[in-house]
Design a protein around this ligand. Structure first.
Ligand SMILES: [Zn+2]
Length: 161
C-alpha cells in the first residue's frame, strides 16, 4: 500500500516535470486551495438515516483531502522544480550546436560568394556561355587574370583583360 502510494506520487512528479515550471506552481496552489476549502468546510449534519452512507463516503473523501492538501502541492512543487532544472539544461544544450551551425554555414557560403564575385556580365561570343575571370596557371601569361568561358574545356574561348 505504502509502495503503491510512492509510485503514484513519483508518476505525478514526472508528469508535472514535463509541463512548464509555472504550470507546476499553478497546480500546486490550485490543489492546495481546492483541497483546503474541501477540508475546512462545515460537516453536514445527518437529518435522515438514508444520508448515513453519504456522510461516511464524505468522511473518507475529507480524509483523503486532508492528506492531499499537503501531498499534492508538494508533488506539483517538486515537479515544477524538476521542470525548471530540465529547461535550463535544455537551453544550454541547444545553444552549443547553434554556434557550430553558424560556423559551418559560413564555410559553405564563403566559397560561393567568391565564385559569384568572379562572374563577369559578358557572355561568351563563341557559345553564349558565361565568361569567368580566371588566373593563368601555366604559360607566358602565368599569374595574369583573363576571362575564360565557363564551358571550358568544351569551349576554349579566352579574352585578355
Ligand atoms: Zn564559350
Amino acid at each position: 500500500m505504502a509502495r503503491q502510494k510512492t509510485t503514484t506520487l513519483e508518476d505525478l512528479i514526472m508528469a508535472v516535470s514535463k509541463l512548464p515550471w509555472w504550470a507546476g506552481i499553478l497546480l500546486a496552489v490550485v490543489s492546495y486551495v481546492v483541497l483546503h476549502a474541501f477540508v475546512s468546510r462545515p460537516v453536514m449534519t445527518i437529518t435522515a438515516p438514508g444520508q448515513l452512507g453519504n456522510a461516511a463516503a464524505k468522511g473518507i473523501m475529507t480524509g483523503f483531502a486532508m492528506i492531499g492538501q499537503y501531498v499534492l502541492p508538494f508533488a506539483f512543487g517538486v515537479g515544477a522544480i524538476v521542470s525548471a532544472i530540465n529547461s535550463t539544461r535544455q537551453k544550454k544544450k541547444k545553444s552549443e550546436p547553434l554556434v557550430i551551425n553558424n560556423k559551418s554555414r559560413q564555410a559553405v557560403i564563403d566559397p560561393v560568394l567568391l565564385r559569384e564575385s568572379n562572374k563577369s556580365e559578358m557572355p561568351c561570343p563563341k557559345c553564349g556561355g558565361k565568361l569567368v575571370r580566371r588566373v593563368a596557371k601555366r604559360g607566358s601569361n602565368e599569374g595574369k587574370s583573363f576571362l575564360g568561358c565557363s564551358n571550358y574545356p568544351r569551349c576554349k574561348y579566352t579574352m585578355a583583360t
